[in-house]
Ligand binder design. Structure first.
Ligand code: C2O
Ligand code: CU
Ligand code: CU
Length: 515
């Protein structure tokens, strides 16, 4: 068996930390070469958990300093993911919550999060979608060691780059993002603003985030995560069990009214095609970068890792009925009962108040970035190389000596993102900015891709051109604690198949100040 340095790092064997490995990180290699089948449970036994809202703490000194403050302790916890109450699953969790608590944030109001690492391994917290100073971006090498803490500052800028939208935070530690996220380190961060209120979309308890994940369980309910090169562990880790908001194939009782759902594919490797069992439309209203110009009703919606789509489902005419949110993107070895059904909506609650929400025909203006303004085109090819995953045939340089792009704030650039083929899909994410998709293989982007995005899926062999007007690096507090490493203007871009990312399909950027 070939064991790479990265695999050893994952196991902690190079850091001498092996003895202290927690159960939750005991990644397993199975002698017979087959991963276990998870214990089987009928779908729709558990109610959909709604992740708890995060609770503010007092600002330092107890005086309002214009920001909202939060404390998070990353630690191990037991989660009830499976319907059998005897089976508890050990997870690595933010404040003990899997998924993490939801941040409810107002545009223009900064948020300061103190993260304490009480886990026995390194972490780094990326707020995916945020426009932040590099020192708060959760660079994979800007780690929090066990027992240490770090303060992250999120300005939530009062401009269009941080308008109302669905962001999420997750672990981003170098080489071990896949296992860290798999074991529980991910949660929602929702930005609200006045324009959103004017739209009169379903709100409050009729506005529900859904994180879709797949997991594999041992017979005792513990998570199974493969190591070494077994089971394609660097091709992407798939589970045989669907978990939504931390519960196996849950159900949700709803009222006969409209609901807004914010769907995140939080899986390591799995992609989904969402479809309602009665073929009712999902009316897409937003992507990663917030609202589209106009709603786009679709009967099915493909979603890849780290993408977010918001849509409205109208249950008004469905009182008394149940409909299933299905996944029709099955792999050859997927069990349709376990993987083809994500969750069920039971329209069994009485209408608690008249439904005054609406689906506006116009959401907001999206101004195209003119291609003529582009200063240059960068070309990146994403492909398998030497058993690992490369960008332009190069692996992420952990010394940071090689920088793959030095874009300048204010400049317009075209990035031509090419899937080098070989049967793989790559969802590509660029930190700091939002982009617009110019074309897919020379043709127009998909109808629901016409907004602002920061993650784009490259199907096999596809080339997607995106256009970026580079943001300024927001002001950040001085490096804290000052340990000599400054990530001020350093960001990464990478494939969001977490195993591809960990096996080095990631590039380094250094954003240059505006001319
Ligand atoms: Cu969600 Cu760099 O990642
Ligand atoms: Cu990101
Ligand atoms: Cu990939």
């Amino acid at each position: 068996m070939h064991v790479s340095r990265r695999e050893l790092l994952k196991l902690g064997l190079l850091t001498g930390a092996a003895a202290g490995l927690p159960l939750a990180r005991l990644a397993q290699a199975v002698a017979d070469g087959n991963p276990p089948d998870s214990p089987f449970f009928r779908p729709f036994q558990l109610p959909l958990p709604i992740p708890a809202n995060h609770v503010k703490v007092l600002p330092p000194g107890g005086v309002d300093d214009g920001a909202d403050h939060y404390h998070v302790v990353m630690r191990e916890a037991f989660a009830r993911i499976l319907p059998d109450p005897r089976l508890k699953t050990r997870v690595a969790a933010y404040n003990g919550f899997y998924p993490g608590q939801t941040f409810q944030v107002r545009r223009g109001r900064p948020v300061v999060v103190t993260q304490h690492n009480h886990l026995p391994f390194n972490t780094s917290i990326h707020l995916h979608g945020a426009v932040v100073d590099g020192n708060s971006d959760g660079h994979p090498l800007d780690q929090i060691m066990p027992g240490m803490m770090k303060v992250y500052t999120y300005p939530n800028l009062d401009n269009n780059t941080q308008s109302a939208r669905t962001e999420w935070y997750h672990d981003h530690d170098i080489d071990t993002t896949g296992t860290n996220v798999y074991h529980g380190l991910a949660g929602f961060y929702l930005i609200h603003d006045a324009s959103e209120i004017r739209l009169r979309l379903p709100t409050g308890r009729f506005d529900i985030p859904l994180v879709l994940q797949d997991r594999r369980f041992n017979a005792d309910g513990s998570l199974f995560f493969p190591v070494f090169d077994t089971f394609d562990s660097n091709n992407g880790v798939f589970g045989d069990t669907i978990v939504v908001n931390g519960a196996q194939q849950p159900f949700l009782r709803v009222e006969p009214r409209r609901y807004r759902f914010r769907v995140l594919d939080g899986s390591n490797a799995r992609q989904y095609r969402l479809q309602l069992s009665n073929d009712d439309p999902l009316t897409v209203i937003a992507t990663e970068g917030g609202f589209l110009e106009r709603p786009v009703p679709v009967t099915s919606l493909f979603i890849a890792q780290a993408e977010r789509y918001e849509f409205i489902i109208d249950f008004t005419h469905l009182a008394g009925k149940s409909i299933v949110l299905r996944n029709t993107n099955l792999r050859s070895d997927d069990d349709p009962t376990r993987i083809g059904k994500l969750m069920r909506f039971d329209v069994t609650l009485p209408l608690s108040s008249p439904d005054n929400s609406r689906i506006p025909s116009f959401l907001r203006r999206i101004t195209p970035i003119p291609e003529s303004e582009a200063k240059l085109t960068r070309h990146f090819e994403f492909a398998r190389d030497d058993g690992q995953w490369a960008i332009n045939k190069q692996f992420f340089d952990e010394t940071l000596a090689r920088v793959d792009a030095k874009p300048r704030s204010g400049d317009v650039e075209i990035w031509e993102l090419q899937n080098g083929g070989g049967g793989w899909r790559h969802p590509i994410h660029i930190h700091l900015i939002n982009f617009q998709i110019l074309d897919r293989n020379g043709g127009p982007p998909l109808p629901w891709e016409h907004g602002w995005k920061e993650t784009v899926l490259l199907h096999e062999g596809e080339t997607v051109r995106v256009i970026i007007r580079w943001y300024d690096v927001p002001a950040g507090p001085p490096r804290n604690p000052p340990d000599g490493r400054n990530f001020k203007n350093k960001y990464v871009f990478h494939c969001h198949n977490l195993e591809h990312e960990d096996h080095a399909m990631m590039g380094e950027m250094e954003v240059q100040p505006r001319r």
